[in-house]
Design a protein around this ligand. Structure first.
Ligand code: KG4
Ligand code: ZN
Length: 356
């Protein structure tokens, strides 16, 4: 009965994301029970700080904080419009969802304080959201996710989720959309971090992932055999720091080698490990689908190769559309709603190392 009632009720959520170098606000209309969640992203704004952090080759936490403080009120204005529409909107907003971890704590606090202040002023609840749960569930608002919901979400499980970003490389076994167990994760660098560091070695701008992918298209991915760390280990952990070091030494010892060949060979090594481990997890868990998410899921190369493997394994792949892949508030609103349905509350204290 509760599910039926929730299925009818629609709610508007204001979502805020400031965990790293993107300030983002979104307004979502959410409805349906956890077995049939539906999302309509009504408004979505992202202010990227890439240009500001680029000279440093990575995100500088205090600069990120300063930029979030500048951008938050600007994006808020874009979402609410003039005073009249702002008043009208607040009559409809059910709660505010804000990322409280994992991420850079000075950056996280800016979003949390902004949300708390708004919540107090407008008398609406504020809920903390786990950023990685945002990545995990973001596919639900994409075309293939909506189709899966229509066909019956429970039919897609068990599933394996591969969460790949600048800060995380995690494999999950999911028995339902809201139930999972961590199979493994990186022991050192995240895969996105490895792309960013190798880009720096090759003197490419930040963030490195898209730059490496672009350069790799011009190269031969079989020209250099880089190590595939932990690919044969009988666990689901990853390690990317040694691969980055191999690239560094290779370039030192072969200064004349073509950067496009290094980029292509590195990309292949990094992605081979992700696919091999995800495939083994699928086989061992009898998964029916793979959920791929996080900034690195923007990689066409990764998507293409994972889809190829998935066809062999006869499983489906769910990937969020591009704008929901890299950090954004849309996914935070989605996770806010999912947790609201589950009755799960994350703390409103910034937790840089929050576990998924
Ligand atoms: O999820 P995200 O926006 O931020 C974090 O939560 O970390 O992920 C950003 C990461 C960066 O490391 C970036 O280099 C990587 O995603 N990335 C890619 C690609 N596009 C973004 N990595 C490989 N290939 C890409 N095309
Ligand atoms: Zn992220």
């Amino acid at each position: 009965m509760a599910g039926f009632l929730l299925g009818l009720a629609q709610m508007i959520i204001l979502a805020i994301e400031t965990s790293c170098d993107e300030t983002s606000l979104a307004l979502l209309e959410c409805s349906g029970p956890i077995s049939r969640p539906r999302f309509k992203i009504l408004k979505h704004h992202i202010a990227s700080q890439i240009k500001i952090h680029e000279p440093f080759g990575g995100v500088v936490p205090n600069l990120a904080k300063r930029e979030h403080l500048i951008n938050l009120p600007i994006l808020y204005k874009k979402i609410v419009g003039d005073i009249k529409s702002e008043e009208k909107l607040w009559k409809k907003i059910k709660f505010i969802a804000v990322t409280s971890g994992p991420g850079l704590e000075p950056a996280l606090w800016t979003g949390i304080e902004f949300a708390k202040e708004l919540g107090k002023r407008r008398q609406v609840a504020v809920y903390g959201v786990n950023h990685m749960e945002g990545h995990l569930w973001s596919f639900l608002a994409s075309k293939n996710g909506r189709m899966a919901v229509k066909a019956g979400l429970s039919k897609q499980f068990p599933a394996v989720a591969l969460l790949v970003s600048g800060g995380h490389t995690i494999l999950l076994k999911m028995t339902a959309i809201d139930k999972w167990k961590k199979l493994g994760e990186t022991r050192d660098d995240a895969v996105g971090e490895a792309f960013d560091k190798v880009a720096r070695i090759l003197k490419l701008p930040y963030p490195g992932g898209p730059q490496i992918e672009k350069l790799a298209r011009l190269g031969d991915e079989n020209s250099i055999i880089f190590p595939r760390p932990m690919i044969h280990d009988k666990n689901y952990d990853f390690s990317y720091s040694g691969l980055k070091t191999s690239v560094l030494y290779y370039l030192r010892d072969n200064p004349q080698s073509k950067p496009e060949n290094i980029a292509a060979s590195f990309q292949k090594a990094a992605v081979d490990v992700l696919i091999a481990k995800a495939a083994r997890a699928v086989k061992e868990s009898g998964a029916k689908s793979i959920i791929l998410a996080g900034g690195v899921a923007s990689s066409k190369y990764l998507k293409k190769n994972l889809q190829k493997k998935a066809r062999e394994l006869k499983v489906k792949v769910f990937v969020p559309e591009f704008r929901l892949n890299t950090d954004n508030a849309g996914m935070i609103g989605i996770a806010g709603y999912m947790n609201f349905l589950r009755g799960k509350k994350h703390s409103l204290k910034a937790n840089g190392a929050m576990e998924v």
